[in-house]
Every structure is written in C-alpha cells, then in structure tokens.
Write a protein that binds this ligand. Structure first.
Ligand SMILES: Cc1cc2nc3c(=O)[nH]c(=O)nc-3n(C[C@H](O)[C@H](O)[C@H](O)COP(=O)(O)OP(=O)(O)OC[C@H]3O[C@@H](n4cnc5c(N)ncnc54)[C@H](O)[C@@H]3O)c2cc1C
Length: 350
C-alpha cells in the first residue's frame, strides 16, 4: 500500500493548484486523476493542426489568482475578438444584425489555449507524484488515517482532498463510515458548473465572418447553437467559431451526427455560405463525461449558483476529509478562478 500525507483526488485546475501549493511548502502529497490526462474541464482539441479550447476559454479582469498564475508561467494573454456586428437569430430562423447581447468583449484568453495552464503546472510538479488513470472508488477512515481504494490498489493518507465536483464525489465514491447526516444530500444539491453543456467548434482556413464585418458573437433562439463566439488563435489561423449547443443532452447524444450537421448549417445560414465548408468540426459533450457530469447536471441551473461550502461539508472525519473543487469556492465558485480559490481555502485547513 502506498502512503502519503495529503491525497488529492482529481487533477483538474483545483487539484493541480493544491499540489503546487503543497509542493512549494515541501509537503508530502500524491494526486490521483481518473482520466489518462490531467486538466478536468480544461481541455484543448487539436483541429486542423491547432489547439482549440473545448472547455473553458475565458478569464476576466479582477480574478487575481489566475492572473498571478499566468504571470508566473509567462503565458501570453489576448482579448476575446469582438470587433464587428453581432447577430441574432429568432426561433423562425430569421437573422438580424446587431440585436441581442452576446458580446464577450472584455473577456481574456490564453494564447495556445487554457491547456497551457495545465501543461505549465504539470511541468512544475514532480511527475512521480501524479498518478493518472486512477479513479478513487472508495474511502475508508480508520484510526485517524484514510485509505483510498482504486482498481490499481490502495493509498493511505492523513488527509484526503476531493478536488472533484461534489456531485461526482457523492455519486461515485463510497464513504466508510458514512459521512454525517445531510452531507451526501448537500453535495448532491451543488450543481457542477457548465457540466451539462456541449461545445461545438468549427475551424476555417479564413475568418470569413470577420471579412464580412461580423465579430462572431451571436445568439440564436432556433439552434442547435444558442450562443456563438470567435474562437480563433491570437495571431494567424486556422480560424474558428465555437457555440454552446442548446439541444438537450439526451437528444444530442442520440443524434450526434445530425447535431453537428445542423450546427454547420446554422453558422452557414447566419454568417454566410463559406461557413458551410469547415476544415474540421468537433462537439465536446461534457454531459456525457462520467467523471464531470451526472444526470442531475443535464438540466443545468437557471443562473450562476451561489457556490461555497455548506456546513454539512465542513469538518468531515475529524478534519481528515475536505471538498475542494471550484464548486466549493466562496467567492468565484464555478470559474477557473474559483478552482484556484478552492485550493487556497483547503490549504488553510490541512
Ligand atoms: C464547456 C465549459 C466552458 C467553461 N467556460 C469557462 C470559462 O470560460 N471561464 C471559466 O472561468 N470557467 C469556465 N468553465 C468552468 C471551469 O472549467 C471550471 O471552473 C474548472 O475547470 C473546474 O476545475 P476543478 O479542478 O474544480 O474541477 P474539474 O476540472 O472538474 O476537475 C475534477 C477532476 O477530478 C477527476 N475525477 C473525478 N472523479 C474522480 C475520482 N473518483 N478519482 C480520481 N479523479 C476523479 C476528473 O476526471 C477531473 O479531472 C467552463 C466549463 C465548461 C465545461
């Protein structure tokens, strides 16, 4: 059995940031990640030879932790492209110029994609402390220690930090002894931010929408894409638009090819005929990623929830067990900044 002081479950931004803090303090830690690659909701896909964000793409001024991390790693930042006219499509398919409010002007992006953050953090960490392809299925507390079980074996730790969405922890990890009354219910009640979403990306050799005077920002009441933005790199091409898919998760899963065909037809109808010939397309459906989304997330919250740590999820197992994904951040819950904030919160109590 492996032994460590702090076991971090989950290699998204929150887990990696916590590992980074512990490493900088010379503490003993291990991180386990269910997938073969770290990053969690941060993911880039290489399409037509270039990386595109299929998870988070933006951060915003006034988010101090992410700004500091980007500065520390010397990553290049650029403004979300938003010059030109916006488009609005009503439910009949009619398209109007400069109606609706889809502009993401003022949002910031990282050159090369958000995955650069994950790559930089992983480079700063000792590789033998990060175990990918290892999903924790059960946690058992005995004599002030916690034993974590995965298909690959057992790890014993003094502290365990669940840097996974609370709903995922509640639905997929068996706790022995059972957590205090109300804890599982409280975890299940916390929506996983953006987990029910699917992101569609279409890549082009030229920015045809920019050439026609459009920013790429659009809102549609017809769909399948309900909100569209420019997703091109900071300089040069290939160029891209991305859109959030409005069709429900079960429909887009059953009719995946049709959803993609309709999404291409939609951007062609809205921005012009050249948009009908993308170099590449991809739809990343987060609702189907079992380590991020549960069926509870398929409907999605109406607005941005008030995240934080409910009392039922504090001081668990005599301070041995902690929740620490973005959903538990007190100030910036849900955002990338919240993932970093969650790791700061956990550091104060382990
Ligand atoms: C489509 C989309 C767009 C978004 N856009 C933005 C944006 O523009 N700006 C922004 O600030 N935020 C955005 N977000 C939110 C942002 O992605 C999250 O705030 C952030 O990535 C959460 O990081 P995390 O580490 O807390 O959780 P996660 O990234 O969910 O990481 C949790 C990790 O735990 C792993 N895991 C789960 N169960 C286990 C287990 N049993 N054992 C081991 N590992 C396990 C998972 O595989 C995952 O890697 C977006 C999210 C999505 C999906």
């Amino acid at each position: 059995m492996q032994r460590t002081d702090v076991l971090i479950v989950g290699g998204g931004l929150a887990g990696l940031s916590l590992a980074d803090h512990l490493q900088s303090q010379g503490r003993d830690w291990l991180l386990v990640e269910a997938h073969e690659a770290c990053g969690g909701r941060i993911r880039s896909s290489v399409l037509a030879g270039a990386p595109f964000d299929v998870g988070p793409a933006w951060f915003w001024p006034g988010q101090p932790r992410i700004e500091a991390l980007i500065r520390r790693f010397g990553l290049q930042v650029f403004d979300q492209f938003s010059q030109g006219d916006r488009l609005f499509q009503d439910s009949t398919g009619a398209v109007y110029r400069n109606r609706g409010h889809a502009s993401m002007e003022g949002s910031l992006r990282v050159a090369g994609g958000m995955g650069q953050l994950v790559t930089a953090l992983l480079r700063a960490l000792p590789g033998d402390r990060v175990m990918t392809g290892t999903a924790i299925a059960a946690l058992r507390q005995t004599d002030g220690r916690i034993v974590a079980r995965s298909a690959k074996g057992q790890i014993e730790a003094r502290r365990v930090v669940l840097a996974v969405p609370p709903r995922i922890a509640a639905e997929t990890i068996r706790f022995t002894p059972a957590l205090r009354e109300g804890a599982i219910q409280a975890a299940l009640a916390i929506p996983t931010w953006m987990a029910g979403q699917a992101k569609f990306v279409a890549v082009y050799d030229r920015p045809y929408w920019r050439e026609a005077g459009f920013s790429g920002d659009a809102i549609s009441q017809k769909g399948p894409l309900v909100e569209i933005h420019d997703a091109s790199p900071s300089v040069g091409g290939p160029f891209a638009l991305f859109g959030f898919v409005g069709w429900p998760p079960d429909i887009r899963a059953q009719h995946r090819a049709e959803t993609i065909t309709q999404a291409v037809a939609q951007v062609q109808a809205m921005f012009g005929p050249a948009l009908g010939r993308p170099l590449a397309t991809e739809m990343t459906d987060w609702a189907q990623v079992a380590t991020i989304a549960t069926r509870r997330d398929w409907a999605g919250p109406a607005g941005h929830p008030a995240f934080g740590r409910p009392p039922e999820l504090r001081d668990l197992w005599e301070g041995g067990l902690h929740f620490g994904s973005t959903e538990t951040a007190e100030g910036f819950g849900g955002y990338l900044e919240g993932a970093l904030e969650a790791s700061d919160q956990v550091m104060r109590s382990i």
